[in-house]
Structures are given as structure tokens and as C-alpha cells.
Ligand binder design. Structure first.
Ligand SMILES: Nc1nc2c(ncn2[C@@H]2O[C@H](COP(=O)(O)OP(=O)(O)OP(=O)(O)O)[C@@H](O)[C@H]2O)c(=O)[nH]1
Ligand SMILES: [Mg+2]
Length: 337
């Protein structure tokens, strides 16, 4: 396949075209991913998540710069950015963020930035994001930064997609404690307090430390770090990683080298502890399951006549049948038609 060859040899236009195919879930895109998959597994995937406006895009921009112009004698690496915005199909916020970044990183052939349009279900978006990440990985990008906004399932899905998850907080988002959800702490490998130039940064940091201690009372007994992965038994004792807290100011770059060093530390930790292998297995398992779920539902939905579905929904609303009964009838109905 010429398109695949072009992508593997670093052709940006071919890559851009492929990303569109993947996003639209075309058969061409799927075929390409089939071939490309054996070329993946080299990139370090970094999730960047947090509440709207905390400075995720600005930080991602700074980090991309840092990796392109590393301190000392370190070699620059190739960086891809995926901006996912499942919550706001209309604002075009992701696109605007792109333009800001484009201005800074424009013309660098080893940086590629892609915004994911919000369409279809969350599951569809997660699948498309996973596909885009695979394409970047196969195309030889060393680091892939994945930005998502919001608080909820999207963050959890990102944590499953990434090797290292950064959770971004900022001072002055109303009540400090309110802005910091325990759930989001659980997915964090590194906690970033951005906008450290703003008043209240000390309060935010102590609130975070308090939450960390509350969420993980057995902090030094091995139950710490990314607890989603731990819940799956994917991280064993002795792999303890205590999520560090780093202050940053994305507008002037303060704290970015330190953040870069923490990301490298986490990567090293995953490699030293063997956690990277377990994380990869868990990552691919959740990708597989998400895809399976999405595919089964889509396939089944095509087999069910819309009128039959609506009729059952009517009966459900009228309390004539229970949801469980409705599911059974829908599945049987699908089998009969
Ligand atoms: N004072 C200050 N402002 C910042 C800092 N980082 C980002 N900002 C500003 O905060 C605003 C939001 O920054 P973004 O980088 O777009 O934040 P975001 O989290 O990507 O926003 P969404 O993608 O919309 O959720 C912009 O006006 C930035 O210039 C910082 O460290 N200090
Ligand atoms: Mg943003």
C-alpha cells in the first residue's frame, strides 16, 4: 500500500490524509492501521488532562518546545500532539488552540499537531483517538502528547491510553477543594499546578497534598500511583510511584524543564519496574474492549429496525417492561430479523 509506505517514510501529507481516514473510520483507514500496527509500540504516550482553562494547551505547547530544544546535549525528539475535545462540538476551542501552537512550532517538520473533531459517541471518539495515536507511533514520533478537557470518563479513557498521565490543576478555580476531584487524582502519575504566578497557589498545593494523603492513606505500603491500573492488578508491589506535584507557569516556561525531568523519571520508573510491559498489556486490552463494544453495538444497531427499537423504548417509558427485559427483547429481535 503506497499510502502506508509514505506514512512510514515520514511523508507528512500522507500522514495527514491517513489521520482523516482514521477519524472518519473509513475502510481505507482501517486497512492502513492493520498494516501499521506492527510498526507501533515505540512512542511514549503522555496524557494531559484537567479542567477547562487550566492551561493544558499552553503546557503542551511548552513541552513540545522543550522536547524539540532539549537542555544540554540531549537529542531533540519527534513530537506529535493530539487535542481531543469530546465535550464541546461547537466552540472550536481545540482548533483555536491549534492556531496558537502552530504559530510557535510552525515549520518544524518533526512536530505534528492534530485536533480530533468531536463526533459520534464517546466510544467512537476514543477509538478514533487510539487510531490516530497508532498512526503517529508508526510514523516514528517518539513522544505523543494527548490533551483532553473535562472531568469524567474521557479522563479515565486517556489514562488507559497513555503511559504517563499528567493532571493539570490551577489556582483560583473557585473553591480549591471543589476543583480537585479525588477521582481525577487517581489517574495522575504527575500532578501539575499550572498558573503558579496566580495568587492561591500555596492553597492549591496544600489542598492537593491533603487529597493525595486522603486518597492514599497507605502511601508508603505500596498502594500508590495510578490506581486504575493497580485495580486491574497491572502494577505489583515494589512498583510504587508517588505522584509528584510540579508547579509551572506555562506563559513564561517556568517549571517546564523540571516537568520534563519528571516525565523522564516516570518513564524510567516504568521501565525499571517492568511496569511498562504491564501497562502496555492493560492499554491494549482496554483499546480492544472499547473497540469490541463499539463494533458490536454498531453492528447490532444496523440489524434492529428503528420502529421496533422506538416501540420498545415507548413500552419502557410506560413501565410496561423493565430495562433488562427490553435488552433481552432487543437482542432476540435482532437475532430474528
Ligand atoms: N497567568 C497564567 N495564565 C496562563 C498560564 N497558562 C495558561 N494561561 C492562560 O490561560 C488561558 C487558558 O489556557 P489554555 O492553554 O488554552 O488552557 P486549556 O486548559 O488548554 O483550555 P481548554 O482546552 O479550553 O480546556 C489562556 O489565556 C492562557 O494564556 C499560566 O501559567 N499563568
Ligand atoms: Mg486546550
Amino acid at each position: 500500500m503506497d499510502a502506508v509506505k509514505a506514512v512510514l517514510s515520514g511523508n507528512r501529507l500522507a500522514l495527514a490524509r491517513l489521520l482523516t481516514q482514521i477519524e472518519n473510520d473509513t475502510s481505507e483507514g482501517r486497512t492502513a492501521l492493520d498494516v501499521l500496527f506492527s510498526h507501533t509500540g515505540n512512542a511514549h504516550l503522555i496524557g494531559v488532562t484537567g479542567a477547562p482553562g487550566t492551561g493544558k494547551s499552553s503546557l503542551v505547547n511548552r513541552l513540545a518546545h522543550f522536547y524539540r530544544h532539549p537542555p544540554g546535549k540531549a537529542e531533540p525528539v519527534r513530537v506529535a500532539v493530539v487535542a481531543v475535545d469530546p465535550s464541546s462540538p461547537f466552540t472550536g476551542g481545540a482548533v483555536l488552540g491549534d492556531r496558537i501552537r502552530m504559530r510557535d512550532l510552525a515549520g518544524d517538520p518533526d512536530v505534528f499537531i492534530r485536533s480530533m473533531a468531536s463526533r459520534g459517541s464517546l466510544g467512537g471518539l476514543a477509538n478514533a483517538t487510539a487510531g490516530v495515536v497508532q498512526a503517529f507511533d508508526a510514523a516514528g514520533f517518539d513522544l505523543i502528547l494527548i490533551e483532553t478537557v473535562g472531568a469524567g470518563q474521557a479522563e479515565v479513557d486517556i489514562a488507559k491510553l497513555a503511559h504517563t498521565t499528567l493532571v493539570i490543576e490551577a489556582p483560583g478555580l473557585g473553591d480549591d477543594i471543589q476543583a480537585i476531584k479525588a477521582g481525577i487524582l487517581e489517574i495522575a502519575d504527575i500532578l501539575v499546578i499550572n498558573k503558579a504566578d496566580r495568587p492561591g497557589v500555596g492553597n492549591t498545593e496544600s489542598a492537593l497534598r491533603g487529597m493525595l494523603n486522603l486518597a492514599h492513606p497507605s502511601r508508603y505500603s505500596g498502594r500508590f500511583g495510578n490506581s486504575i491500573l493497580q485495580a486491574e492488578g497491572s502494577e505489583a508491589e515494589g512498583e510504587m510511584w508517588v505522584p509528584p506535584i510540579q508547579r509551572t507557569i506555562a506563559i513564561d516556561g517556568t517549571g517546564i524543564p523540571e516537568l520534563g525531568a519528571l516525565i523522564a523519571d516516570h518513564r524510567q520508573h516504568l521501565e525499571d519496574s517492568g511496569g511498562i510491559t504491564r501497562r502496555e498489556r492493560f492499554r491494549l486490552k482496554s483499546e480492544l474492549e472499547n473497540m469490541l463494544r463499539e463494533t458490536l453495538v454498531t453492528r447490532w444497531r444496523k440489524e434492529i429496525p428503528e420502529s421496533f427499537y422506538q416501540e420498545l423504548l415507548d413500552r419502557l417509558v410506560a413501565r410496561e417492561i423493565s430495562p433488562w427485559r427490553a435488552v433481552e427483547e432487543l437482542i432476540d429481535g435482532g437475532a430474528q430479523s
